[in-house]
Design a protein around this ligand. Sequence first.
Ligand code: 13P
Ligand code: SF4
Length: 308
Amino acid sequence: MDLHQKITELKKQKNAVILAHYYQVPEIQEVADYVGDSLGLSQKAAETDAEIIVFAGVHFMAETAKILNPNKKVLLPDLMAGCSLADSCPADVFRKLVEAHPGYTVITYVNCSAEVKALSDIICTSSNAEKIVNSVPKDVPIIFAPDKNLGKYIQKKTRRKMLLWDGACIVHEAFSIDKLLKLYKENPGSKIIAHPESESHILETATYVGSTAGMIDYVKKHPSEKFIVATEAGILHKMQQQVPQAVLIPAPAEEDNTCACSECAFMKMNTLQKLYDCLLNESPQIEVSEEIRKKAILPIERMLELSK
Ligand code: 13P
Ligand code: SF4
């Protein structure tokens, strides 16, 4: 039996579900029960009746699943699979900012630690951020953390008073505007689509800005066109599978002269072998203290309620 078959067998025996993000390597996406964006993955984690959740993504995603499922085992193939954006917002520093701004509603992007979630009023993802911001009464100021690029983009769309945390994703900040414009010129008729974690000069060139799932849906609606895709290159696997006729070109990163693609080193820490091992050994597991979990679940549930 190959690894894919072994994982499928083991998954049945153990009543486990495999949830994978679009940035995972293709072989993990192929063995997963569900592949999605952060919102879709949280929704699936909230509704699963499996006993074990294997989360093929990064730490904050698996942690969100654990917060929603305290009595289930939540496994992450590599515990070192973190996120630069989540790391840019340490809870003790964030607490001081929140405490210094009474009367502000605290909206945090799901890419943050459980401790930061516990200090928040509502969580959002890239697919519902505008809706979540608009759910706050107009006269109430907002603290938005940790992604300044998503924050700026939503601030522009909603014209709300927002205090932005100065965090960013290393992958989305690496796109080169000069190389992107050159590529666009070389591909007449192509459309640029971008993830809102990208910097504003990249977003301004895009015909569509949205979450990973949103970008796939947009390409599905324009199946015969050519797209320059400004997000992590892992998305190209499902996108191409779902829209075989579309021509997909990864947006170029500043430092990248070889493969012209951007990859999240954290997402790529998970491998099929590690996924198999973690399911077999039921380790490594995600743990969240009950004190933090009880606080962190409230803003996540608010988000899920507002996203129905
Ligand atoms: P999505 O919610 O759009 O899948 O984004 C998650 C992420 O980490 C982007 O870098
Ligand atoms: Fe975090 Fe960026 Fe990787 Fe997404 S792509 S998990 S935001 S480091």
